[in-house]
Design a protein around this ligand. Structure first.
Ligand code: NDP
Length: 411
């Protein structure tokens, strides 16, 4: 109980990100007067600790349902009639409304030997940190796991089909992450695809990427997007319309083309983020069972973050999008070395960027890379969502010394 986010996604990933950061924190501690004798890292200990916490959380989710009198059938289900679901055991259940929230699963590219490819699902259960790992993809999962494995001592190679990482983020931040990742020893291969993967007798994998010589890796992981889980649900039989990528098509109230069947979350492939799915679920409940009429989810101006090393956070339009849609924009940038890094002798710099509509001074985009940027962005996003202006940011007094003060000091 808990789905991708709790069991094999955001939550265990964030725990690994915390664990990974100690690699640098323990190094930096020396500059702050601490000496850490005999430091070492035990992957199995962290992995098992994370899994036991996931088990605890899973229990809490189950408990919440039980406390609210929810009947749970732990079986595969298929829609077999207008208002009817048939369970694997043969039992049928009827309902006035049906909500599909079956999520998505990792897409794995096909090639000779693609059965040797793991995904983020398996990454949480590895026996050891791979000494040499190849990650295919350049999106959220690829960059987050590249940072994690790298900090734990693995040699990471990231290969993508295009020449871009994190395509939807502002170019300046993408460039900065690439530059910092290279400095940390992560290798990038662009414009490439798998030709084959062959398992050697010793368990290692010979990998051929087009345009490259064959190379050997211990683990090959795909992070090439996710596919909606719609197969075998009986949707075609009851006439629920699917999109090109197999996702359930819904209207702004998350209703499918069948009146009493709704769908929320990743299975609809709108915005594949947990908080968005939660909002969609809430809006469904309000629409169908609430007293105040139908409720829509506003999918505009959604803040997001990549828990890479260092993390990225963003809300609103990138500079490129703003120039395309608004024409006349002003861009403010702060390129700084966080105080903690200065003391630690770490050269890594943060970058904050504000995009402003020149016509009315409204802040239409904020983009950040640097320590704790997702934490800072959550609050800054309130201001952007509320439509505040650069002058409103300027009128707010700084908290000194912080990194976040850069947001009110843009010149
Ligand atoms: P992303 O969509 O972020 O990235 C997919 C990457 O794989 C891109 O670099 C893309 O290349 C490449 N790609 C896409 N399709 C193929 C294909 N058929 N063959 C080869 N390469 C391909 O997906 P992820 O798997 O990283 O993450 C899945 C979803 O999970 C995301 O949509 C994200 O919203 C969510 N997520 C969110 C997180 C967060 O909020 N921090 C963390 C982890 C996941 P190209 O360069 O062409 O785009």
């Amino acid at each position: 109980m808990g789905g991708t986010c709790v069991i094999r996604g955001c939550v265990p990933k964030k725990m690994l990100v915390y664990g990974a950061h100690f690699a640098e924190d323990l190094e930096d501690a020396l500059s702050f007067g601490w000496s850490v004798e005999g430091k070492s890292f035990d992957w199995v200990k962290l992995r098992d600790h994370v899994q036991s916490d996931i088990t605890r959380l899973e229990g809490l989710y189950t408990q919440t349902l039980e406390n609210h009198d929810v009947t749970v059938f732990k079986e595969r289900a298929r829609i077999t009639g207008e208002h009817e679901i048939t369970l694997e055991s043969g039992r049928t259940v009827t309902a006035a409304h049906i909500l599909i929230a079956t999520g998505a699963r990792p897409h794995v590219p096909m090639c000779e030997g693609s059965e040797h490819i793991i995904t983020s699902n398996e990454a949480f259960h590895l026996d050891e940190v791979p000494r040499r790992v190849l990650i295919l993809g350049g999106g959220y999962i690829a960059n987050e796991f590249a940072g994690i494995f790298n900090q734990f001592g693995g040699k990471v190679t990231l290969a993508n089909r295009s020449d871009t990482i994190l395509r939807s983020y502002d170019e300046a931040l993408r460039d900065r992450l690439l530059q910092i990742s290279l400095t940390k020893g992560i290798e990038f291969l662009f414009n490439t695809r798998f030709e084959y993967i062959r398992r050697r007798d010793d368990g290692a994998l010979d990998v051929k990427l087009d345009g490259h010589d064959e190379r050997v890796f211990d683990v090959v992981m795909a992070a090439t997007g996710r596919i909606a889980n719609t197969e075998g649900l009986g949707l075609e039989e009851v006439g629920v319309e699917l999109g090109e990528r197999g996702e359930v098509k819904v209207d702004e109230y998350s209703k499918t083309n069948v009146d009493h069947i709704y769908a929320v979350g990743d299975v609809t492939d709108r915005v594949q983020l947990t908080p968005v799915a939660i909002r969609e679920g809430h809006a469904f409940a309000d629409t169908v069972f609430g007293k105040n009429g139908p409720v829509k989810v506003d999918h505009s101006c959604i803040p997001s973050a990549v828990f890479s090393h260092p993390p990225i956070a963003a809300v609103g339009m990138t500079e490129g999008e703003a120039r395309n849609t608004l024409g006349n924009v002003k861009v403010y940038q702060a390129d700084f070395r966080p105080m903690k890094h200065v003391v630690a002798g770490r050269s890594e710099r943060g970058l904050y960027k504000m995009v402003v509509d020149a016509a009315n001074d409204r802040v239409v985009g904020l983009h950040m890379i640097g320590p704790e940027s997702p934490e800072i962005m959550q609050m800054a996003a309130v201001a952007v969502k509320a439509g505040l202006t650069k002058a409103d940011f300027d009128a707010t007094m700084a908290i000194h010394p912080t990194m976040a003060e850069e947001l009110v000091l843009f010149k």
